[in-house]
Design a protein around this ligand. Sequence first.
Ligand code: SAH
Ligand code: F3S
Length: 493
Amino acid sequence: MAGKKLYIETMGCQMNVLDSELVVGQLNGRGYTLTDEMTTADVVLLNTCSVRDHAEAKALSRLGSLKKPKLGNPDMIVGVIGCMAERDPDGITTKMPHVDLICGPGELNKIPAMIDEIEETRNRSISLSQSLSRRSTPIERAVEYDSVEALDLSRSAGIDGNPLQAYVRVQRGCDKFCTFCVVPFTRGAERSRPPQLIVDECRMLVDRGVREITLLGQTVNSYVNQDDGKPVRFAELLERIDAVSGLERLRFVTSYPGDFTDDILEAMRDLRTACEYLHLPVQSGSDAVLKRMRRQYTVGEYVDFVDKAREIVPGITLASDFIVGFCSETDDEHAESLALIERCQFKNIFVFKYSERPGTVAAKRITDDVPDDVKRRRNLEMLHVQEQIAIQANQNLIGQTMQILVEGYSKRAIKAQVAETERGQEIGSEVTGQLVGRTRTDRIVVFAGEMNLVGRLIDVRVKAATALTLHGEVTGSHDPSCGTGDLISINVS
Ligand code: SAH
Ligand code: F3S
């Protein structure tokens, strides 16, 4: 099998980015090398997202463009993995009969065997986790051995080839069943990984040079597993990971507003590595809409929590997700969301136009009746309100010095904070060609500097600010490798 080429394209969330890394790790071990050329690869895998229709349409269009290359090279293996594979295997095979492999997100450890089987039989291979049971409680499920766990331990370090930062899964699935969301169907029941496995994985990554770890789960704050028969919850997990020497920064996404206990905030305040940043999707500023979405909190509870987080964790920044144009959302309800954005002063928000997903409660029981142009207008209004808040907040930072971890010459960091609008893409393009780093509070700082700063913790003084980026100059380093506190001489544009 040596010398074969793998092309993999990843759509959607951080969980998919991690899943793709794990698949690449497995196939590397079997002699595959990565290629950027989709049409000449031996194996083409699309790691898909089902959260919005747009993402599925994009995956189908990519698959369509593979029809011809596959005709020219019938040995090419075309695979659909991830959420869309789990959600609609029949739709995929009907629309795209040239697909050879369909694998849900809970079955990715089977991919090498599936490829072997296809090579041998030339038959389509399908692996889904539809049987995942929700009958047991989360803690009972968590202690069952999950076969995909072994996969996480065989991984290589680093996100998107960046060796400093890594994602670590703490949880799979979701039990919340928000009425709009397809994730509980595609990723199955919530189960938390054993704490020791997570700590071991963090240790291994740090030994390989990783300095910042982001824990992943759909509702990380409801994490629960056990050790020696005693429950281990999220705050304790953070504490155990914090003890991994050499780790500099610990983040986690995403938290569910309903389950957030004070011990997690206290851990964020007290632990050396825990960064002062929280991604806490609220979805709407209207109680009536939250109820239709079956989010299990009120706007008042959310605001109280935001105030408490700011009180307990000084300097914390908050990010959120909003859905605009959810079933029957009125202008007044939308205005309530705008008011909530003003009230909470988020660092950034991700805004999504509601997209009806087959099989969800919303698709079955309520109507997607807000016209697309209204959704688009509300989307832009929200981004506009947020932009004013972010510009003001960032300009208030001018003159301050802050510690950043230098990530490289990357537009990825900026793109990650930009909602999916063309306007957002424009904002993101302003930083080409400069180094990018991030503060503990997840603010992006752009500055002029040499590549040898990548991977270092340095101090920058903020000189200018826009809504999404701070522009800074280097003032010092925290790393012994360049002399603690030494001033590195850098010309600032
Ligand atoms: N807990 C997960 C949610 C995954 S979906 C997390 O935050 O990572 C990510 C975001 O996509 C949600 O917070 C929501 O704002 C948005 N979203 C989910 N389903 C959607 C739908 N049907 N239409 C539009 N946006 C949606
Ligand atoms: Fe989706 Fe709600 Fe879970 S948004 S991932 S069902 S918390």
